[in-house]
Design a protein around this ligand. Structure first.
Ligand code: PBG
Length: 332
């Protein structure tokens, strides 16, 4: 019995069959210039500490962080995001160490900027590394996280960091109105060249666990952050948050976490056409590393695929703990 020949009009595989055709038709690429490397800074000299839930990530003293900054610069990574790990004795209910112009993060900013002037520095604005209860803001007697009182402190925190020389202030606290208030504070101190990257759509996510281990806030945290961080069920609300931050003066916006929120990145990019960042957060990184350590997945390959997916979703840049390794791979 003879088979009837099929006439197949469309053969999409033609574009996939050679490496060169795939290169030719590729829509999105990941480059070293897309990467921001988050780093945890500790006090001391020559100090490094591993973080069990973040394999391969080391907290480092300022001198060690300067070495990392040089490596990053030499590979073409445009910016670092700095997070201080504060001595437990300095953590208070009001997190006032955040506004000390001589605190760890301000010293780190000034020293890294002096040693490596040509890499961008981003600093978080939120109180959680500094509070004894692990929340991003002030807490009242009922457990409510106070908004406007917190915003006042965040403005002072942003001011000392900007005066220390940080290039980009990144409010990650999710209080209402903080972007506008911080912009006013910076401008009224002639800091008009300091940018704001707003954590605009930051969800109350279970993916931040390893980060809280890294800054040692997790064990202290009473309750959760659901009264200020966004409900993972919402998508329209992310667009309203982003619209407000842009109106209040954000230069760049961020969606966080990354991988479970690719739909949000796409909606934000389509709607606002502003510089849009994805945070490939600690839990996403930890999952990849854990599966790789078990031999279940190829860790390097899945991280590359994840980061490319952020670009495909519309992100201009990505904060990732894998930035250095990825930059080395991309430069080869
Ligand atoms: C603090 C902050 C968090 C992260 C960045 N800034 C944690 C949180 O909100 O509890 C998470 C980053 C990560 O998980 O990699 N406001």
């Amino acid at each position: 019995m003879s088979t009837t020949p099929h006439i197949i009009t469309h053969r999409p595989r033609r574009n996939r069959v050679n490496a060169w055709t795939r290169n030719l038709v590729r829509e999105h690429t990941l480059s070293t210039h897309d990467l921001v490397w988050p780093l945890f800074v500790i006090d001391g000299k020559g100090e490094e500490e591993s973080i069990p839930s973040m394999p391969g990530v080391l907290r480092g003293s300022i001198d060690k962080t300067i070495e990392k900054a040089k490596q990053a610069r030499d590979l073409g990574i445009p910016a670092l995001a700095l997070f201080p790990v504060i001595d437990k004795g300095l953590k208070t209910p009001d997190g006032k160490e955040a506004t000390n112009p001589d605190n760890l993060i301000c010293r780190a900013i000034a020293e890294i900027k002096a040693a490596v002037p040509d890499i961008g520095l981003i600093a978080d604005v939120a109180l959680d590394p500094f509070t004894s209860h692990g929340h991003d803001g002030l807490v009242d007697d009922t457990g409510y996280i106070l908004n406007d009182e917190t915003v006042d402190i965040l403005c002072q925190q942003a001011l000392v960091q900007a005066q220390a020389g940080v290039d980009i202030i990144a409010p990650s606290d999710m209080m209402d109105g903080r972007v506008g208030a911080i912009r006013d504070t910076l401008d009224s101190h002639s800091l008009t060249r300091t940018s704001i990257m707003a954590y605009s759509a930051k969800y109350a996510s279970a993916f931040y666990g390893p980060f809280r281990d890294a800054v040692q806030s997790g064990g202290l945290l009473k309750g959760d952050k659901k009264t200020y961080q966004m409900d993972p069920a919402n998508s329209d609300e992310a667009l309203r948050e982003v619209a407000l931050d842009i109106e209040e003066g954000a230069d760049m916006v961020m969606v966080k976490p990354g991988l479970p929120y690719l739909d949000i990145i796409r909606r934000v990019k389509d709607e606002f056409c502003v510089p849009t960042f994805a945070y490939h957060v600690s839990g996403e990184y930890a999952m990849a590393k854990a599966a790789a350590a078990n031999g279940w997945l190829d860790g390097d390959a899945i991280i590359m695929e994840m980061l490319l997916s952020f670009k495909r979703a519309g992100a201009d840049g990505i904060l990732t703990y894998a930035a250095l390794d990825v930059a080395k791979t991309l430069n080869n």
